[in-house]
Design a protein around this ligand. Sequence first.
Ligand code: LFR
Length: 470
Amino acid sequence: MVGRLSAAGGLRLTEVHRFANRPVRLPDGLRWDVLGLYGDVLEGLAQAARSARVVSVGIDSWAVDYGLLDASGRLLGNPYHYRDTRTEGVADRLERVLPAKELYGITGLQHLPFNTVFQLAAEGSSPQWSLARTLLMIPDLLTYWLTGSVGAEATNASTTGLFDAREAAWSNTVLDRLGIPRGLLPPLRFPGDRAGTLRPEVAEATGLPGGTPVTAVASHDTASAVVAVPATQDGFAYVSCGTWSLAGLELGAPVIDERARAANFTNERGIDGSIRFLRNIMGLWLLTETLRTWRSQGLPSELGPLLDEAAAAEPFAALVDPDDPSFLPPGDMPARIAAYCARTGQRAPREQGAVVRCILESLALAHRATLRTAAELAGRDVRVVHLVGGGSRNELLCRLTADATGLPVVAGPTEATALGNVLVQARAYGLVGDVHEMRALVAAGEPLRRYEPSGKESAWAAAAARVGLR
Ligand code: LFR
């Protein structure tokens, strides 16, 4: 994505290269094709060089996954995908060395089986692990290849389970207790810091000017998306909705207590020391994995018509808790939804439209429960929900979320992550001011849609209770 800030202060994004991020299943696990991704990053930069005078480059990606480098900076194998099953049971094993309560007390991080801390414990005695001298999160790895500079961007570091949420520093307590060498984790850098400049070979390969700076952004995609939430007033909640739904609040300080832990809320870092107090909800993964399954079975899998069928399908016919662990790994999603229904005494949805309706209503219910809990735990009033990311294009999901939460939903921008990435770079160059100014820019420049709740609280409350949500 190329972002341009006009002299009049407008911000415009242009997509110059889009590529798939396809995991690869090897006999020893599910991996990312990180070399392929790097190749496409170079291709994207080359396209950008052709279409604009590039003053800065910034990288964000999903969180928790990492590459390990040996003493000479060589990548030790393809990074694992967080949906790989190698972390099964690991958290339970760690309980003796570092109880979950204590870990939460330091990191304030939602317990997810794939948090970096559990992935590292799963490395066990692999040969890679014994040779590893540096751990780089995915955006930091790409930054390293582009610049030769090693560092750990803080918003992404805060998703690892190795990061002290109050101190905003790597936690030596966690590292020491788990026997992770302190030196494995590079020094932190913060959004807006200069990460490095393009290596001459990269400049040559892409056509970008030598010495082009790479700026640290909020390198966790969700953190970048939250930067670009087009909120113009306090009292907002957000749902960053794509593969995952990340639903929560922006706070000035972490909420780390027993209630937040029991509700499995996370305190990840945002820009300028803010805290993203939110919960991961399984998100549109349920839908994309369903479509993928149908495609492989030769069934209709085009989203538009299926959403029309879902809109016409019977409400609340079948509901699931989207965060049921059975939905996490790749595989036949409709079969798992049917199994869930059988387990919970419901008739499984049969028509495709009914399956899609089940997924979207269930997600809306999870949005409702999560935002209610967030407001309560943080002692905040929520007056509006901003739904950003790819999911904001899904009108049915937006409407259901407004109905379920009983709050107006403002949908958009779709490319919140890219906007947040570019805005943080722009600020590093003095082109925009604080986060309020950034958000005002997004609100002024991006098409947004507003959905008012239709006031069916008792029906939604009853539906929530059916899946054990509130
Ligand atoms: C969203 C996201 C989430 C993170 C998950 C796994 O793309 O980054 O915030 O929990 O992916 O990394």
